[in-house]
Design a protein around this ligand. Structure first.
Ligand code: TYD
Length: 338
C-alpha cells in the first residue's frame, strides 16, 4: 500500500511514519511536508534512507505540490496543521490557510485521483470545554480558540465531502499528545526542557484545567487501526490513559524528574482557556484498539528521551524564531506575575 502522509516531519506525523514503516512491511510512505518551524527532518533521520520512505518538500495548500505527492497513493493520512493554541491567539492567519484551505486542496486532489481512504487527523479541542461527562463523536462542535475553530472548520469540510461527493473519509479526534520529538512550545516538552535547565515552567491561571494525556505511540497505533478498520464517513475519538489537572501533571513530572517545587511560576491565564477536555472512546475500542502504554511508563520514557536528546531540542530553543516567540508569549506574563 502506498500512503501519502501530510505533515510527516511534525511531532505526531513523524511518530506515525516511524510506527507504520516498522509495523507494516508492505507500506510505502510519501511524506508531503513544507518544513515549517515545527517540522524537522531530524525527526525521521532514522528512516530517511529507507527505500519505502520519501519526503517531498511542499505546501498542502499548493495544488501543484499536492498533485505531485498524491499520484499513485492508495490512502492519505492528513496530519499537516498549525497546532499551537497560543500561537493562534497571537496570529490566526497561518491556521486558516493550512488547516482549512490545505484540507480543501487535499480533499479535491483525493477525489480527483480516487484515493481509497482519507484519514483526517483532528483534535478533541473542536468540542470546546466540557465541564462534565465525556465528548461523543456526534456532539456539537464549540471551538473556543482560533486553532480549535480552524480544526472544526476542516472537520466540517471533510464531512461535507463525504455527504456531497461520497469521499471515503474518516476523522480522528485525539486528546493532548506527549512523547519524543514534540516541539518545545507545548506544555510537556516545555516543562521537561525548562526543568533540565533549572528554569521555571510558566503555569497558566490556577492550573486546574483538565487534559486527557495520550502517548504519541499509542496515538499512532490508533490511527493505524482507524486507517484499516474505520467506517467511511465516521469520526473516532482517541483519548489517553490519564485525565487530570495541569497541577497534577506538574507534580507527576516533577516527581519523576526530581526537581524542586519552586520551578513553577504561575502566570496570567491564556485568554479563552478551555477548562476541561474529556473523550468517550467506546467507538474506537469497538474497532479493537487497546492502549499499550500506561501514563507513568510513557512519561518516564519521554523524560528519558529529552534527557538523552539535548542535541535535538537545544538547537530548536536557540533559534531566533523560538526566542522571539518565547519573549512575546511569556515575558509580559512573567513580569505581570512578579
Ligand atoms: P498545550 O500543550 O499548549 O496544549 P493545549 O492547549 O492544546 O491543551 O497545553 C496543555 C495545558 O497546559 C493547557 O491547559 C495549557 C497549559 N499550559 C500552561 O499552563 N503553561 C504553558 O506554558 C503552556 C504551553 C501550556
Amino acid at each position: 500500500m502506498k500512503l501519502l502522509v501530510t505533515g510527516g516531519l511534525g511531532f505526531i506525523g513523524s511518530n506515525f511514519i516511524r510506527h507504520i514503516l516498522s509495523a507494516r512491511k508492505s507500506v510505502h510512505v510519501v511524506n508531503l511536508d513544507l518544513q515549517t518551524y515545527a517540522g524537522n527532518p531530524q525527526n525521521l533521520a532514522d528512516v530517511a534512507s529507507d527505500p519505502r520512505y520519501r519526503w517531498i518538500k511542499g505546501d498542502i495548500a499548493d495544488p501543484k505540490a499536492v498533485e505531485k505527492a498524491i499520484s499513485g497513493a492508495d490512502a492519505v493520512v492528513h496530519f499537516a496543521a498549525e497546532t499551537h493554541v497560543d500561537r493562534s491567539i497571537l496570529d490566526a492567519a497561518a491556521f486558516l490557510r493550512t488547516n482549512v484551505i490545505g484540507t480543501q486542496v487535499l480533499l479535491d486532489a483525493a477525489l480527483k485521483t480516487r484515493v481509497g481512504r482519507f484519514v483526517h487527523v483532528s483534535t478533541d479541542e473542536v468540542y470546546g470545554s466540557v465541564p462534565k461527562g465525556f465528548s461523543k463523536e456526534g456532539d456539537l462542535l464549540e471551538p473556543n480558540s482560533p486553532y480549535a475553530a480552524s480544526k472544526a472548520a476542516a472537520d466540517l469540510l471533510v464531512r461535507s465531502y463525504f455527504v456531497t461527493h461520497k469521499a471515503p473519509v474518516v476523522v480522528t479526534r485525539a486528546s493532548n499528545n506527549f512523547g519524543p520529538f514534540q516541539y518545545p512550545e507545548k506544555a510537556v516538552p516545555l516543562m521537561i526542557t525548562n526543568w533540565i535547565d533549572e528554569q521555571p515552567f510558566p503555569l497558566y491561571g490556577d492550573g486546574l484545567q483538565i487534559r486527557d494525556w495520550l502517548y504519541v505511540v499509542d496515538h499512532a497505533r490508533a490511527i493505524e487501526v482507524v486507517l484499516e478498520k474505520g467506517q467511511v464517513g465516521e469520526v473516532y475519538n482517541i483519548g489517553g490513559t490519564k485525565h487530570f489537572t495541569n497541577r497534577e501533571l506538574i507534580e507527576t513530572v516533577r516527581d519523576l524528574m526530581g526537581v524542586p517545587k519552586d520551578l513553577v511560576k504561575p502566570v496570567p491565564d491564556r485568554p479563552g482557556h478551555d477548562r476541561r477536555y474529556a473523550l468517550d472512546c467506546a467507538k474506537l475500542k469497538k474497532l479493537g484498539f487497546k492502549h499499550r502504554f500506561g501514563f507513568e511508563q510513557a512519561m518516564k520514557e519521554t523524560i528519558h528521551w529529552y534527557r538523552g536528546r539535548e542535541d535535538w531540542w537545544r538547537p530548536l530553543k536557540k533559534q531566533g524564531g523560538y526566542q522571539a516567540y518565547y519573549e512575546k508569549q511569556y515575558s509580559a506574563r512573567l513580569a505581570a506575575s512578579k
